[in-house]
Design a protein around this ligand. Structure first.
Ligand SMILES: Cc1cc2nc3c(=O)[nH]c(=O)nc-3n(C[C@H](O)[C@H](O)[C@H](O)COP(=O)(O)OP(=O)(O)OC[C@H]3O[C@@H](n4cnc5c(N)ncnc54)[C@H](O)[C@@H]3O)c2cc1C
Length: 501
């Protein structure tokens, strides 16, 4: 007799939830995704206004093969569902004294660009820097990012021995800032490479030097941007999941994760219990323990005590003019980066000189803005929400940001803003349940942060799995795709194991 296929509920349709949904559907599970919003994708969403299209959340897209592999797994041709541009610039950097530098996904071009702007001495160790980043990435990514750190088996592989042998060279005992200072005398280059700490919402003055490997993602593996915008990542995966039979229950908040005798029983929605064999929780971990799980379930105290990552204020501006000085990704640096990060990490007083990130999606996606106009996503890092007076902070930040950009472009940009929307840490929390509006779950400001993230499987409730930015391996689109993968594979292994016993 054919056994019935297991029923799995997924709480949340963030990128990790979608990755898990596709994988579980491919392995024959009956999957229902509950999403409290009217749309799928969580932080990876978008909106349109008066002819401008804006991605609301992520703008940097790395490791596209992690999206492709979901289509391949389902036996589909990825390009029929999802496609992307490969771009020949990584980012344009601007400093307030007028210095400008463009970097590329090409080591030789970068050495040349840095030599031209900062001279021979500054360029001398650039190639070595990228090589070091590549080695760190290749050595650690398969181990730290693609496996659970909570399974003994992970530590019994030959890769681990290689990692252990190289520990002194990984930069676990220095900070990213110290690592970068060791390479570059030019403070602007130290600042530039320090910025990679923000890729997981951390401070370069706290996060370990191993994070140098993040530079390899763009500079070594390439800079990409999805056709149709970042939103297409979540939407193409939703279409794939639907084709595979996944059922999406939108506008449906899970009110409780039901547990009986240390085993998951299902979820409560609209006041009613719905029974499931397994549940994958894509909601923020703290939110899950505070609001979804019964109080009787043991709390992982150290994990829950982890500091949330930084958040952001985002201004979405439709401009009535195109500013060609800006490419797809642009950064205007603050003059005192260390103080800026200190204010973010400690929730210090308002910082009047923020580093400003400007993403102009219509450089590659022409239809994102009307002819002759620009669609700007302008972001400033801020602490996660701790009850700050955001209205006051927004006004002051808006003024500083406009001043900074206007000075860089030599033109008062506020007169060109014809469409304006905003996103704040409190709005991010309301939309996604991420505690404090943290962009990347927990920060990586501690050396052992990777080991303190929540496991992809509950150790106290059978049949319960976790994925998403606050679970292993952390935040950001590529890591969330991997998080869904680890959770789904673990669930599949457990059900296989149960069947064979
Ligand atoms: C402004 C911004 C900029 C960013 N920039 C980048 C970038 O450039 N590159 C990058 O890689 N990453 C970036 N990130 C981070 C990236 O977007 C996230 O790490 C990733 O998208 C998080 O995915 P997730 O799977 O954790 O789910 P989330 O996106 O957090 O979604 C969780 C989903 O679960 C739903 N949910 C929660 N609780 C319940 C419940 N009880 N019932 C029903 N549904 C529930 C929520 O509604 C939500 O849809 C950025 C994020 C933001 C906000």
């Amino acid at each position: 007799m054919k056994s019935r296929s297991e029923k799995v509920a997924i709480i949340g349709s963030g990128i990790a939830g979608l990755s898990a949904a596709v994988r579980l559907a491919v392995s024959g599970k009956q999957v229902v995704v509950y999403e409290q919003n009217a749309y799928t994708g969580g932080k990876v969403t978008a909106f349109e206004r008066e002819g401008f299209r804006f991605d609301m959340g992520p703008s940097l897209f790395t490791l596209p093969h992690l999206v492709d592999e979901l289509f391949e797994l389902a036996g589909k041709a990825p390009r029929e569902y999802f496609n992307y541009h490969t771009h020949d610039e990584v980012c344009r950097y601007f400093w307030q004294d007028g210095t400008q530098l463009t970097l590329y996904p090409d080591v030789e071009r970068n050495v040349e660009a840095i030599r031209t702007v900062f001279g021979d001495a500054s360029a001398a160790r650039v190639a070595e820097y990228f090589e070091r980043a590549r080695k760190k990435y290749e050595l650690t990514a398969p181990f730290f990012l693609e496996n659970s750190l909570h399974k003994p088996r992970t530590f019994l592989t030959p890769e681990v021995l290689k990692v252990v042998a190289e520990i002194p060279k990984l930069g676990l005992f220095s900070t990213l800032h110290q690592e970068n200072q060791g390479f570059f005398k030019e403070p602007k280059l130290v600042q530039l490479f320090n910025r990679y700490a923000t890729y997981n919402g951390s401070s370069p003055y706290q996060t370990p030097g191993i994070m140098q490997m993040i530079t390899h993602l763009e500079h070594g593996l390439g800079t990409h941007f999805p056709k149709g915008g970042m939103h297409e990542i979540s939407q193409s995966l939703t279409r794939l999941a639907e084709e595979l039979g996944v059922q999406f229950e939108l506008n449906t908040r899970v009110e409780e994760l039901m547990v009986e005798k240390k085993r998951v029983r299902g979820v409560r929605v609209n006041g009613r219990p719905v029974l499931y064999d397994q549940v994958v929780c894509n909601s923020d971990i703290k939110h899950a323990y505070q609001h979804l799980l019964p109080k009787s379930v043991k709390r992982p105290k150290k994990t829950l005590a982890q500091e949330p990552s930084s958040s952001a204020l985002i201004f979405y501006w439709g401009l009535s003019k195109q500013f060609e000085t800006f490419d797809l990704h642009n950064i205007i640096f603050s003059e005192d980066y260390e103080r800026e990060f200190d204010r973010i990490r400690t929730n210090g007083p308002f910082w009047e000189d923020p580093t400003v990130y400007i993403h102009v999606s219509n450089r590659l996606e022409k239809s994102d803005a009307p002819e002759g106009k620009d669609s700007w996503f302008v972001m400033v890092n801020v602490p996660y929400d701790q009850g700050q007076d955001w209205d006051k902070i927004i006004n002051k930040t808006r003024t500083s940001v406009i001043e900074r950009i206007s000075k860089t472009l030599g033109c008062p940009i506020d007169t060109y803003i014809e469409v304006e929307e905003m996103l704040t840490p409190t709005a991010i929390e309301q939309r996604t349940s991420s505690i404090g509006g943290a962009l990347y779950g927990t920060s990586s400001n501690e050396r052992l942060a990777a080991f303190l993230r929540h496991s992809n499987k509950s150790s106290s409730v059978k049949g319960l799995y976790f994925c998403g930015g606050s679970a292993h391996p952390g935040g950001g689109v590529p890591l969330c795709l991997l998080s869904g993968k680890i959770a789904a594979e673990w669930l599949n292994e457990d059900t296989q194991h149960a069947k064979s016993h």
